[in-house]
Ligand binder design. Sequence first.
Ligand code: ATP
Ligand code: MG
Length: 533
Amino acid sequence: MTTTPQSIDQASFRNSFVEELRGEASMDKNPRQVPGYHYSRVDPTPVPDPHLLAWSEELAAFLGLQRPPERGPAVEVLAGNRQAATMKPFAARYGGHQFGNWAGQLGDGRAISLGELTAVDGTTWEVQLKGAGPTPYSRRADGRAVLRSSVREFLCSEAMYHLGVPTTRALSLVATGDEVIRDMFYNGNARPEPGAIVARVAPTFVRFGNFQIFLATGEMDNLRALADYVIRRHYPELGEPSPEVYARWFEEVCRRTAIMIAHWQSVGFVHGVMNTDNMSILGLTIDYGPYGWLEPYDPDWTPNTTDFGGRRYAFGQQPRVALWNLMQLGQAILPLVSGVEALNPSLDVYINTLGTTRYEIMLGKLGLTAGNPEEDQALFEALEQALAESEVDMTVFFRQLSHTAPAVLAAPENGDAQWRELLAAAAYSMAPAEEQALLGWLQRYFVRLQQEQASPETIREKMLAANPKYVLRNYLAQQAIEAAETGDLSLLSRLMEVLKKPFDEQPEHHDLAAKRPDWARDKPGSATLSCSS
Ligand SMILES: Nc1ncnc2c1ncn2[C@@H]1O[C@H](COP(=O)(O)OP(=O)(O)OP(=O)(O)O)[C@@H](O)[C@H]1O
Ligand SMILES: [Mg+2]
């Protein structure tokens, strides 16, 4: 099917969530509990001067959309000032566990879904504005988002997609022309910041918390209706809902979540707020808030200042937290199946899928084909330990290894010097004992690598395709934000372009692959982030 690209204000929207589930129709934006419903119909609140800052060309083409001019009807739609004729905007009702505690009703307090577009391949995609104004779920907050957090969400969703990590997408970034008051570090220094809205895109934005709220309030019919909606539309291969199908569906959610987490761990992505309301039922990365990218490899690292006490959501905790979150989802859907025995095996599916996916990804990163799994596993764990005990940049280490390892294979006589060069390039600092430990590991790895049949050149290609050169380094996102706040969008658009091909060398952009500079080590926004957004 070929279609001529359209302007989004002319596009035809479907509204399956609104039509198939129970919604509150009042359009009332006052904050309140909304028992008995899956969603509330609500219109975005207009903003004074919407103008386009960034546009995801390739996603737009897939959705059959035309790039809009900086101002005009399409951008008004993307800011919530105007609606296409077929839209039925809504905010979804969900609950969630925040930092391990049940928080009751949360819901889309600033996200408003506009409806679904049909992509050129016939699949349907929900379009949601984040920062579109108050909804019944806004509690005491304003329903808005600042430019700083919106730039981060826009850039990172697309960067993750191009890295091959399951994620929601971002179509547009629009400035509102309005100011939003935020106390960025919760220290009494509230100040006005420019407001912005990201249009996000995913098959659905349903989260674990959308199910949990119904267990909490005992709304069993709504629980079942939501499960049926998600299964029929998003897991049709499982067949018509039944107790057995609900159990198989849970298994599939566990499997997809495991794959997502394996990818996070392999690229050094730290989500920052893995509350159950930020876990997608499709296993997509959702809610780019106080996330960060590992620079020195450190399992205890999190950028989220709100989590500095417990480090619940630190890098190394993510696999365990996802399992805990899946257990909460299992609790929520327990009434739909015959008993816990129907769900428990799926938690093992999570653990096993995580293990096998991480194993496969790690083989690729090290240029290896499967060998003795136990020995390989021991080799991988030894690397993680040696990296954790030194101050080595994760991305640079693996990327550099993709060049160095095949080079040493081709000319083993220079091995030692080349390994040392690799470490010098990747390290922020290096004590002699740390260097010894890493050199020891590299020698052990090299013995394993020599068993491979492939040529050094083939191994190099394989490793370069598995180890990105470019990730959205924390300080780069911060620099793009600071420039954008002064009206300079050049770094933002440069990052967008470069992060589309994270595995390509792109020598002219080599500076964007540099290790974190010293000044960024402790800088707020680069090294630390709060939930204020
Ligand atoms: N400025 C705001 N106005 C209204 N509600 C908000 C605001 N910021 C956060 N919330 C709500 O607080 C809850 C937790 O926020 P969290 O930071 O996880 O999500 P978020 O960043 O708003 O959005 P999402 O999860 O949709 O990406 C959610 O219910 C969210 O809608
Ligand atoms: Mg959230």
